[in-house]
Design a protein around this ligand. Structure first.
Ligand code: ZN
Length: 253
């Protein structure tokens, strides 16, 4: 968390498509989490760990999240297998200051739905169509070094309406060959934590090998990383700093 110590990144991946589908395995031989870990490693300044669904407790615990500055989340077909307890722990960690970067099909994950309070639903189509992501905020740290637009030759289409709360910051807007548009990179604050959604990353395309997308994901992690960690679950009832008429009176909270 300090300037001298590396940012502690935990990349969580469902890790089923890569095991069950040869085409996906060819694109991501070390898993999507492995490709993303490489992107953080190439940038430097990060201490990166990974966790996957089928590990005991999905590789998550309160202690591990307490030692995480930012959690990345990629899930798709097994959102229901993630325990409610894991989603609760992640939500509490975000409220206490941990960053959360939700990727692509994570829009329907328990952690995203619970943290934002909406369903995260959208329109979608798998038709090998072109995506053009427009850079709306070239001044924002997440988009440092990103050009006016980024093109992906083939991606899954996600279209509006995206069922999320109004973003605090809308950073990129996607256009798809089939005609839809989508709020593709956006941020929210929840408690003391920062939340980022980054849309591209369908498992059958080489999206996480694209240098611009890797840069956006890494910079989203750096931006969302915790500045403080503070438990805000209980109200406090402090003594006054200055003299007051009834110093011993109990406050009704
Ligand atoms: Zn997808």
């Amino acid at each position: 968390m300090s300037d001298s110590s590396p940012t502690r990144v935990l990349i969580w991946n469902e890790y089923l498509h890569e095991i069950e589908n040869d085409g996906v395995a060819a694109l991501y031989p070390n898993g999507i989490h492995g490709a993303l870990a490489d992107a953080f490693g190439e940038r430097g300044g990060f201490a990166v760990e990974t966790a996957t669904l089928r590990e005991p407790d999905h590789g998550l615990s309160e202690a591990r999240l307490a030692d995480t500055d930012v959690l990345l989340w990629w899930g798709h077909k097994a959102h229901a297998e993630v325990s409610d307890e894991a989603a609760r722990m992640v939500h509490e960690a975000v409220l206490s200051g941990m960053g959360l970067v939700v990727l692509h099909s994570g829009h329907m994950s328990k952690v995203f739905q619970r943290t934002l309070g909406t369903h995260g639903t959208l329109r979608w189509r798998e038709a090998d169509e072109k995506e053009r992501l427009w850079n709306l905020r070239p001044d924002h740290p997440i988009l440092e070094g990103i050009p006016e637009y980024v093109e992906l030759a083939q991606e899954e289409m996600y279209g509006e309406r995206f069922d999320v709360p109004e973003p605090d910051e809308l950073l990129m807007l996607s256009w798809f060959q089939g005609g839809e548009v989508f709020r593709s990179v956006a941020t929210w604050r929840r408690g003391l934590g920062r939340v980022v959604y980054v849309r591209p990353g369908h498992e059958t395309y080489p999206t996480y090998h694209d240098p611009h997308i890797r840069r956006i994901v890494v910079q989203a992690g750096a931006w969302a990383a915790a500045r403080v960690r503070q438990d805000a679950r209980r109200c406090t009832n402090p003594a006054s700093l200055e003299p007051v008429p009834n110093p011993g009176k109990e406050h009704i909270l």
